[in-house]
Design a protein around this ligand. Structure first.
Ligand code: AMP
Length: 282
């Protein structure tokens, strides 16, 4: 497996793939890979003969230094795991100075409100950081298609908007959430949970599924209050937000409309670890 740390070496290696007979699929990650990431990589391999996985813990998208400090850094293990899929995967693991060309700072984007609620509201500057690094990585790799998980659904919608406004000629593919057998959405942050908490967090997905049922017959406001009440009864959980939005605009639903698609989003702390999840409601 080839692992590149510099853009120049990566581009040299990829130059043979930028032909008519080859297409490049890319999976941007922050490493500490798990099955959720691997599903994206396998999907990319089904659709392209070259797959690049980037591994980079992006400092500009963390609004909390402690969270950045605690973020796992496991490059050797990640490379081993990718090798179990194919030794043809190309890993791009740049340093911050290499990818940011010495200027580690976010750009400022206009996402038409996609970035103001939920993760955007509670993590100031997060999406400018995400969009900046994704733009830099896409420009370095120049894939035909890039894969993102619905686990970070708001991020997925923002990346789709980013390629439009920055006129990057790349298709963005969203992939379904991969869960543990108990329903917990897979995440690198799950490793920080105790065994006990890891069992108890199944409550999050159970509550999302019940919310989906309730939303079938009740209003968004009723469903939101119901979910907030469920979390109030659980002293080990601290609910940050539960929101029901239109999937395209990510604006809160005031009144349900028949042809519109909705999704519910949650962010919750347990043992000081912040977890996010979401579910399609119709
Ligand atoms: P991360 O390394 O957490 O930045 O994630 C890299 C990519 O993997 C993002 O597009 C995530 O949405 C996606 N991803 C992470 N966890 C999951 C999961 N459980 N299911 C599907 N996609 C995921």
């Amino acid at each position: 497996m080839q692992v590149f740390h510099s853009k120049k070496e990566l581009r040299n290696s990829l130059s043979s793939f930028n032909t008519k007979n080859h297409t490049i699929g890319m999976v941007p990650t922050m490493g500490a890979l798990h099955q959720g990431h691997l599903v994206l990589v396998k999907r990319a391999f089904l659709e392209h003969n070259c797959v690049v996985v980037s591994i980079f813990v992006n400092p500009t998208q963390f609004n909390n230094n402690d969270d950045l400090r605690k973020y796992p850094n496991t490059l050797d293990k990640d490379v081993q795991l990718l090798n179990t899929i194919s030794d043809k995967i190309i890993v791009f693991a740049p340093t911050a100075n290499e990818i940011y060309a010495g200027k580690i700072k976010s750009n400022s984007y206009q996402f038409n409100g996609l970035d103001t609620l939920m993760e955007g509201k509670f993590r100031a500057g997060h999406f400018n950081g995400v969009a900046t690094i994704v733009e830099l990585l896409l420009n370095a790799v120049m894939p035909d298609m890039a894969y993102f998980g619905e686990k970070d659904f708001q991020q997925l919608q923002i990346i789709k908007k980013l390629v439009q406004i920055a006129a990057i000629p790349i298709k963005i593919r969203g992939c379904p959430i991969v869960r543990e057998p108990n329903g917990l959405a897979m995440s690198s942050r799950n490793e920080r949970l105790s065994k006990e908490a890891r069992k108890n967090v199944s409550f999050i997905y159970k509550t999302l599924k019940s919310a989906k049922k309730k939303f079938g017959t009740k209003s968004a406001a009723y469903t939101i209050h119901w979910v907030q009440d469920q979390f109030k009864k659980k002293s080990d959980f601290k609910l940050e937000y539960f929101q029901i939005t239109n999937i395209d605009t990510l604006t809160p639903v005031l009144r349900k409309q028949k042809r519109k698609k909705y999704r519910a989003f949650v962010a919750v702390y347990i043992e000081g670890v912040r977890l996010i999840d979401n579910i399609a409601l119709n």
